[in-house]
Structure formats: C-alpha cells, structure tokens
Design a protein around this ligand. Structure first.
Ligand code: CUA
Length: 339
C-alpha cells in the first residue's frame, strides 16, 4: 500500500514538474538548456540499453546454470577451447564500453563548450547576488542612478544575449533556471560570469541549488522572459523612485514604515529608507510573489509575513513585527501602492 502511494506521489510530482516551467528534461527555452537536455537523453538511452543488456545476460546465465533440488553444483574443469567464445565476447563488450565512454566524454566536452560559449558585443548584464534566503537582481548602468535593484523577480528580454554576474553576501548559493541554463554557484568574495539567451517568452521558476541553510528549499525566484519592448518598459518603470502615496491610509502606512523596524533593513527609493540588508521594496507591488517566491504578493500573505515571518519561513532574517491592527492595515496599503 505504502509503495503504491509512493509511486502515485512520484507520478503526480512528474506531472506537476511537466506543467510548471521548472524542468531540465522538457520544454527547454534556450539553446543552452537544449544542449543540456540533448546530452541528458543521450546518456539516459545509452544507460537504459546497457541496463537491459546486463539484466538479459544475467537472466540467461542464471537460467542456463541453474542447479535444482539436492544436486551439488558441478566443478567445471578448465577448458580453453570451450571458453574461447566467451572470452572473445567479453573482449568485444569491454571494447564497446570503452568506445562508448569516450564518445560520451567527447560529446560532454563539446556540449559543455557550446553551453558556455555564447559571446556577444552587446549583451544585457544582470548581477545576481545570493542572500540567506532571497535573491537580489541588479541591472547595472554606467549612470549610477539608472541602476535598477530588485528582488526575487528577474525580468529578461527574449532573443537577446544575457550575461549574468554572480556574487554572494553570505554562504554559497547556486543559481538555477532548469529550462534555461545549468546551475551556477554564487561564491562569497568571488565574482563569476555566465551567459545564455532565452528563446520563449514565459514565466520560469528558478531555485537555489546549493544547500545554504534552514530555508534553502524556500529560496526560489521567478524569471519573466518577455519581448524586448516590454522588458524596456519594465526597466524604465523600475528606474523610477517610488511615487508618494495619495490616499490617507497609504500616507499613514508610509509613516509606519519609516518609524518602525522596516527602515533598518529595507530601501524604498524616494524615502529616507536606504538600508541594504533586505530586499529593495521600491516597486514591491509590481512583483508577483514575496519571500523568495514562497508566497503570492497578496494583502493577506503580506500581513502574515510582516506579523510572523518565522512561522512562514523559520530562520528567515526578517523579525516579527507586532503592529497595531490599524497600523498593519495602513502599512499593507502603502506597500500595495508601490507599483
Ligand atoms: Cu541559497 Cu540554497
């Protein structure tokens, strides 16, 4: 019963994996992921053929030399003449194995080069910075005030070469967008770069792929791949400072934000909140998810996250804030106004 249930869950997980954009073995959305997927299936089929052959030969040998009942297994005398075909067969099998392994090695090197070899004179550059347990994304610009900083939601244009520069603020994390490119470690004190190009517009799920502490499993992000003009529009929007709230509740909410612990960790450009310890909230309301793709960006989850983040993500760096209910409502309505 337990086994049937486990198989059922595994099948459900596989179906779920096929539907969301988070899979290495289906719906690759870049040439790089396509190369990785091709290599995966090639090795998979080779291994499957080897497995079936090994089991078939094992079954045949077992059936042939089966000794039943009370019989003792006969001691076979060494017979060079009789053993020769078997020796030739084994030599051929070893030869085929060595050739196959070298073919896989050569293809791995070739595909590895192809995956890493995207060059372009005019790429879009994004800095990805890992934090326990969220993602910081920066779109650098030579003019400092045009640099965009956001969190947990990466926007990229389709059909353009992308260069990702990696860094980490604390421990080793790993940036992984299964449909787009292989994993890349983010190491503290060390910057590396890798590139890819997204071909299909969609929302893809990304995940930290290196164990980095208590909330490693909840260190996700979303990647929105969109047409270049939509991406440009988004970038322009993100460059702006927050617009001052108009409505009375939201104005009060801004006061709550600026007079409580929030300012110690967060930035909202256009206000006095400039701390960099937590995610930049300047355009929080434009994001689909909060808490590193753990919760949807809705008033309820926002309220729950502010009041008791430790219940939702134990160990998260965000402390609990027990606000007066009216203050909490005001704060939520202010955060919801940050488009
Ligand atoms: Cu960050 Cu695992």
């Amino acid at each position: 019963m337990k086994i049937t249930r486990a198989i059922g869950y595994a099948v459900l997980l596989m179906i779920a994996g096929c539907q969301s954009n988070h899979s290495v073995v289906s719906s690759s959305a870049s040439k790089q992921a396509g190369d990785i997927e091709w290599l995966y299936w090639l090795i998979f089929w080779i291994c499957l053929v080897v497995f079936v052959l090994v089991i078939a030969f094992f079954a045949r040998a077992s059936a042939k030399s089966y000794v039943g009942g009370e019989q003792m297994a006969p001691v076979l005398p060494i017979d060079e003449e009789r053993d020769r075909p078997a020796k030739i067969g084994i030599s051929i099998a070893v030869g085929i194995t060595i050739v196959t392994l070298f073919v896989i090695l050569a293809l791995s090197v070739a595909k590895g080069k192809a995956v890493a070899g995207l060059t372009s004179n005019n790429p879009i550059t994004v800095q990805v910075i890992g934090h326990q347990w969220w993602w910081e994304f920066r779109y650098p610009n030579p003019q400092a005030d045009l640099t965009v900083t956001t969190a947990n939601e990466l926007h990229l244009p389709v059909g353009k070469p992308i260069v990702v520069l990696t860094a980490s603020r604390d421990v080793i994390h790993s940036f992984w967008l299964p449909n787009i490119q292989g994993k890349r470690d983010l190491l503290p004190g060390y910057q590396s770069a890798f590139s890819f190009q997204v071909d299909k517009p969609a929302i893809y799920h990304g995940q930290c792929a290196e164990f980095c502490g208590e909330q490693h499993a909840h260190m996700g992000f979303e990647m929105v791949a969109e047409q270049p003009d939509q991406f440009e529009h988004w970038l322009q929007q993100q460059r702006k400072s927050s617009s001052p709230p108009q409505e009375a509740t939201a104005i009060r909410g801004r006061e709550v934000f600026l007079t409580h612990g929030c300012v110690l960790c967060h930035t909202i450009r256009g206000t006095d909140a400039v701390s960099k310890a937590g995610p930049d909230l300047t355009h929080l309301a434009s994001r689909r998810m909060i808490a590193a793709a753990t919760l949807s960006n809705a008033p309820g989850s926002l309220g729950g996250w502010i009041t008791d983040p430790q219940r939702l993500k134990p160990g998260a760096r965000m402390p609990a804030h027990l606000l007066d209910p009216d203050d909490l409502q005001a704060l939520i309505s202010y955060l919801r106004s940050l488009q």
